[in-house]
Design a protein around this ligand. Sequence first.
Ligand SMILES: NC(=O)c1ccc[n+]([C@@H]2O[C@H](COP(=O)([O-])OP(=O)(O)OC[C@H]3O[C@@H](n4cnc5c(N)ncnc54)[C@H](OP(=O)(O)O)[C@@H]3O)[C@@H](O)[C@H]2O)c1
Length: 257
Amino acid sequence: MNVIVITGASSGIGKEFALQMDAHFSNIDEFWLIARRRDLLEELAGRLSHRARIFSMDITREGQRERLEDALAEKGAVVRMLVNCAGYGLMGRFAASEPEGQLGMIRLNCEALTGITHLMLPYMRRGSRILQLASSAAFLPQTGFGVYAATKSYVLSFSRSLGAELRDRGIYVTSVCPGPVDTPFFDIAQKNGSTLRIKKYIMVPAERVVRQALKDSYYKRQLSVCGLPVKGFALLCKAVPHSALLKLIGILEKGNL
Ligand SMILES: NC(=O)c1ccc[n+]([C@@H]2O[C@H](COP(=O)([O-])OP(=O)(O)OC[C@H]3O[C@@H](n4cnc5c(N)ncnc54)[C@H](OP(=O)(O)O)[C@@H]3O)[C@@H](O)[C@H]2O)c1
């Protein structure tokens, strides 16, 4: 049985991946949709033309991810695509933050993503693809968004090395690094802090990010960056010392830009 596995499928970018892959992919028997909110997953499943299996679970909780492994073994599944979208960010100064929220980002964005990737690998075959949702925040440390940016640097670094390790098996890993995307992500992220206003002007719809990511994955690219402003930002982060960029961001923050 050929399956596509998507974490964070109940909302935003993950949901958009499900909709676009449903429209364009054949030879897939089932979509496996993972997130906590069952009602939203059921609603999405109802919109797909393919069969969908719902895994309503908190993937950071002990013992939950093993349910996936049991299902993979029981169904003799071949994972054609794994899309790791589940993630959240919290803005605000670290010293003033609640530790639970900060540690939770590490558990979800890093630990759960790593755990799920590891348990899927034995069920992948030549031509399988992995898409890991990193972020443009992976390119530069970010004041007021420090732990989130660090988790995304982890995702990017881990995914690059994994891609190199898996090349001989014919499995391709793409790190998706969007800038601001118009999803409910910011409702959570801005609970205790706000972002640079400039980000609102370069925000793109999830449809564009996902279209670009699927194209980049098809062409076996390691990195997917959507839109000129984010490509420019990526170049800047390579060319200019990060200490200088952090100073510049500090000035923009003070000017409330
Ligand atoms: N939006 C942006 O500007 C942006 C930019 C760059 C990168 N990203 C990254 O893109 C990914 C998707 O974000 P999004 O914009 O689509 O945000 P979103 O709409 O808030 O979606 C986040 C998804 O993660 C799931 N999730 C959260 N905690 C979970 C848990 N403990 N267990 C299982 N699922 C969980 C949520 O589902 P439930 O609540 O139902 O569990 C939801 O489906 C994230 O990794 C984010 O860091 C977003």
